[in-house]
Write a protein that binds this ligand. Structure first.
Ligand code: AMP
Ligand code: ZN
Length: 467
């Protein structure tokens, strides 16, 4: 079975192929940089990262654009309250977002673009929509008239035929039962920053940002558009209306939406005291790769229940993989290949690929890996894992880690490098050979103080970092 995705637009699971050549043109909605991003945001960004990596593992090239929304009502409110410019205010959170992405090993999209750097493009798009009769003005703001777009509602599969024409809304997010004409361009209120433009002073609405930046860099029809499930309506519905009204072409062929993250079974909210930024979780001492693993482990269309026990289990799972990798690297196995293990690895690879191909079913893909690791460990213990079975196992771990990227431990600043550890181990071996056991023990202790655990085995010294 080929790679396939559940498309929100058609409500079906469909085989996936890019429209032209082998490059996937993809747009995903990025963060609004008014605060540090929370773990719910990162659930959706980890999903996008898995999507990127699996598309590449499937032989595609990527042209992926993600926006940074660096102007919106909350940003303006906060910047004005702090007496800062929008640019000054958002710079801090944009940088924090980039740092957080790096910590979680999220690949940087081919283009990470800021809304405020595309205002003239947005103004031109609004002018074009005005020329073609899709807009009206009211008190200096410009609205998109949704009754001029007959397909309105096709993404959220809601019937909006009864909506009151001319009812409008200034906020970007609103209730599905209450579809309204939405603001493309907002006139500034007293004391608010604005951009001068031929269409009047103001700032862009949130929806127009994404349409304009997507079309500018990826063309009129995208292969994939993705985001969190809360964006289906109104954000993506409105993106479709504006974009298709502008170009007359289908805006995106495949729409993917990731489900929400809950905390200990409840909606994450400040008032419930269960609201965590990524930084809050890291401050409690959890490893970034364990958080990444937890966020990746639940298939993206299922709600994810985030718990601290869940991060601990994720860390244990990663440890199992690291220990298995260490065995592969350090143990001596009987010569040749064990036939059963050769067949077993083929099954594991097939199940892993089938899992990921099935709409990124990460739970199935992980099960394939862990069942294999269990069987291979058992075979190793009973001498039924051959030296010639190692390469296949290493290849499977590499395929897994090219997507999940959790095996390498995160290095703390000031932590010893691998080669430093190796040279201390060599010193210790010399000390032992010279029967200077006091020095050998001292070196072992020094390494332990640095979080490095040594294990003397028949095959020599193995080491790992404490997690
Ligand atoms: P925002 O910064 O609010 O524009 O959101 C950035 C992304 O995070 C969007 O794709 C949202 O759908 C997603 N998001 C926000 N809250 C959650 C949550 N609790 N769980 C999963 N995704 C979320
Ligand atoms: Zn968007």
């Amino acid at each position: 079975m080929p790679l396939r995705f559940y498309n929100t637009l058609t409500q079906e699971v469909e085989p996936f192929a890019p429209l032209t050549d082998n490059t996937v043109r993809m747009y995903t909605c990025g963060p609004t940089v008014y605060d540090f991003a929370h773990i719910g945001n990162f659930r959706s960004f980890v999903f996008v990262d898995l999507l990127r990596r699996w598309l590449r593992a499937s032989g595609h090239q990527l042209d992926h654009v993600m926006n940074i929304t660096d102007v919106d009502d909350k940003i303006i409110q906060n910047a004005v309250a702090l007496n800062q410019s929008v640019e000054e205010y958002t710079a801090k959170y944009t940088e924090a977002f980039r740092e957080d992405c790096e910590v979680l090993r999220l690949e940087t999209p081919e283009r990470l673009v800021k809304a405020t750097e595309h205002i003239p493009d947005m103004v031109r798009a609004i002018e074009k929509l005005a020329e073609t009769g899709h807009t009206y003005d009211s008190e200096g703001s410009i609205y998109f008239r949704i009754s001029t777009f007959p397909g309105y509602g096709k993404l959220s599969h809601a019937d909006f035929s009864g909506i009151r024409s001319g009812a409008r809304v200034d906020v970007d997010k609103y209730d599905k039962d209450n579809a309204r004409d939405f603001a493309l361009w907002k006139a500034p209120k007293e004391g608010e920053p604005f951009w001068p433009a031929a269409i009047g002073p103001g700032r862009p609405g949130w929806h127009i940002e994404c349409s304009v930046m997507a079309i500018k860099y990826l063309g009129e029809t995208l292969d994939i558009h993705a985001g969190g499930v809360d964006l289906v309506f109104p954000h993506h519905e409105n993106e479709i209306a504006q974009s298709e009204a502008l170009t007359g072409k289908q805006f995106a062929r495949v729409w993917l939406h990731s489900e929400f993250l809950m905390v200990e079974g409840q909606k994450m909210s400040k008032s419930l005291g269960n609201f965590y930024t990524l930084r809050n979780v890291l401050e409690r001492g959890y490893a970034p790769e364990a958080i990444r693993y937890l966020l990746a482990s639940v298939p993206y269309r299922k709600q994810l229940n985030f718990t601290f026990d869940g991060i601990k289990s994720a860390a244990t799972a990663i440890d199992r993989l690291r220990n298995f990798k260490l065995r592969l690297e350090t143990e001596k196995f009987p010569e040749g290949a064990n036939e059963k293990m050769t067949v077993r690895i083929e099954t594991a690879v097939r199940e892993f690929v089938e899992g990921m191909d099935d709409d990124l079913n990460t739970a199935a893909a992980l099960a394939a890996i862990f069942e294999y690791v269990r069987d291979a460990n058992t075979a190793m213990n009973s001498g039924e894992f051959g030296a010639a079975n190692v390469a296949g196992a290493v290849d499977l771990l590499n395929r897994f880690d090219a997507v999940f990227d959790v095996i390498a431990p995160t290095r703390q600043s000031g932590e010893m490098s691998d080669s430093e550890v190796d040279s201390m181990i060599a010193e210790r071996a010399k000390a032992k050979a010279a029967k200077n056991f006091a020095l050998a023990d001292q070196i072992r202790q020094q390494l332990l103080d640095q979080g490095i655990i040594l294990e003397d085995t028949k095959a020599g010294v193995r080491w790992k970092r404490k997690t």
